[in-house]
Design a protein around this ligand. Structure first.
Ligand SMILES: Cc1cc2nc3c(=O)[nH]c(=O)nc-3n(C[C@H](O)[C@H](O)[C@H](O)COP(=O)(O)O)c2cc1C
Length: 188
């Protein structure tokens, strides 16, 4: 069974959440999955203070005492991670950016080898290409294998449209292929 952690980066359960649940519904119909959810807006995550202690010394010496290590532990216990974000001001949401800054040391000490990463982004008109590229780049440095981002341009109610369904199905296909690799033990 593929263990997936979804890190929801929208500040509310809006369009991005809805699209993500559509993806999960289709995925659940196709393969056996165990899904856990983290909603960044519900977690206590202080802003990065820029001290750099996590990078040059030890992440456990971070002056912020909050939920960041709990999220990293959940990630370590998963086969695949999905970060979801709306495009806000042409980039990831502030919640996602802060999560990445609070995790900055991982770029220097990558620890997610053998795991898979995909982003889900929704937008109204522009910016999702940069968002998907940015997230793939960071997660590549963390050690992940990268699945091309699921990028959706949405107006309310659009998730049922044929073109959107097609993109969601293509992303599900990618996960089905990864599940197959896990099943045959090519990736442990
Ligand atoms: C503050 C804010 C900034 C936004 N900036 C962009 C943008 O730069 N490019 C874009 O295409 N859409 C932009 N949008 C539209 C959202 O990306 C789009 O509606 C998205 O599906 C919203 O997802 P959500 O319901 O999870 O917030 C913005 C929306 C908000 C509220």
């Amino acid at each position: 069974m593929l263990k997936i952690l979804i890190i929801h980066g929208s500040p509310h359960k809006g369009q991005t959440y809805k699209a993500t649940m559509e993806f999960l519904d289709e995925l659940g119909n196709r393969i056996e999955v165990e899904v856990k959810h983290i909603f960044l807006f519900q977690e206590q995550l202080e802003l990065c203070r820029g001290c750099g202690i996590c990078v040059v010394s030890d992440e456990n010496r971070c002056p912020n005492k909050d939920d960041i290590q709990m999220i990293h532990t959940l990630m370590q216990n998963s086969d695949a991670i999905i970060i979801t974000t709306p495009v806000y001001a042409m980039q990831v949401s502030a919640l996602v950016k802060n999560f990445l800054e609070r995790s900055a040391y991982i770029i220097h000490r990558p620890s997610f080898f053998g795991k898979w990463f995909m982003s889900i982004s929704t937008q109204a008109f522009s910016g999702d290409k940069d968002v998907a590229k940015y997230l793939a780049n960071v997660m590549h440095f963390w050690g992940f294998n990268i699945i091309p981002g699921l990028r959706l341009t949405l107006a309310p109610g659009d998730t049922q449209k044929k073109a959107i369904r097609k993109k969601i199905t293509a992303a599900v296909d990618q996960f089905q292929a990864i599940d197959f690799l896990f099943q045959v033990g090519k990736i442990s």
